[in-house]
Design a protein around this ligand. Structure first.
Ligand SMILES: [Zn+2]
Length: 60
């Protein structure tokens, strides 16, 4: 099953089935999004961005 991972640095998003993954660009560990892939993909750009922003904000 795919999971949504977000890069806390460049906000890139990747869909992977692995337990954890790294951003190829920044070389940092990506964070797991707070919603599952199935819910993420039906969101529009605004909805996706708010998830990304919210999940990154939780790190700080
Ligand atoms: Zn990155």
């Amino acid at each position: 099953m795919l999971k949504v991972y977000i890069c806390p640095k460049c906000k890139a998003v990747r869909y992977v089935s692995k337990y954890k993954t790294q951003c190829y660009k920044c070389n940092v560990e990506m964070i797991l999004a707070s919603i599952p892939y199935e819910e993420y993909i039906i969101l529009d750009t605004v909805g996706r961005n708010s998830i990304i922003q919210g999940d990154i904000a939780k790190l700080i």
